[in-house]
Design a protein around this ligand. Sequence first.
Ligand code: SF4
Length: 246
Amino acid sequence: MKVISLGWGVQSFTLAAMSALGELEPVDAAIHADTTHESKLTYEFAARWTPWLAEHGMQVATVSSSSAMQVWRGGMIPAYTYNGSKGQALRTCTQRWKIAPIRRWLQAHRNGQPIEQWLGISTDEALRMKPSPVKYITHRWPLIEQHMSRKDCARWLTEHGLEVPPKSACTFCPYHNTAEWRRIKATPEDWQEAVAVDRVIRKARPPYDLFVHPARKPLEEVDLRTEEERGQLRLWDEECSGLCGL
Ligand code: SF4
């Protein structure tokens, strides 16, 4: 059984489209683990392109975790803190919101078969490649096999008359770089959610305050232009278990 982890970002959508158009072999399903906190632009993109994938024979299964709203308790996202020195909370969101719901779906549908799970990791993010920690799943990285970078994916989509999706991530993801924060800010609904989450997690882990931005100040007080000009970018290759942002 073959499945694609579909995050609705550039790389995983490219994988799904390549399979749908026959440039890669067919898969049994594309599984989207919905954190329920993706940006409005990502949800709009998914709504536009799910029917196209279906028309080309690809089933999209959307799964989510019942803990997806528990972000309000803090401690799940890798929020920043200051406890005498700069610290960061342990990240459990990817496991809880993405990996676990996908595995539950796979267990319910695999009928004892082994799974080949395709991950949309491109050559510029090869450090994120990790073998599957469970025996019934084997990871595969077709974009690496095709020597495709993120830019190559965008070019491939454009050449095939397809839309290039926005980067997928939770609106409040502490791994956003400054450009991403600015993109979130440009969509009022996304910015409101990010600011709300930033406020709610503040006192979730006393005695230390938590923040979604590495400046360790309230999100609405962060000068995003100044941060970018200073070159203090947060890069996406930190670690996201090959499932976030793809
Ligand atoms: S995008 Fe960020 S906040 Fe959302 S699940 Fe991934 S690491 Fe966590």
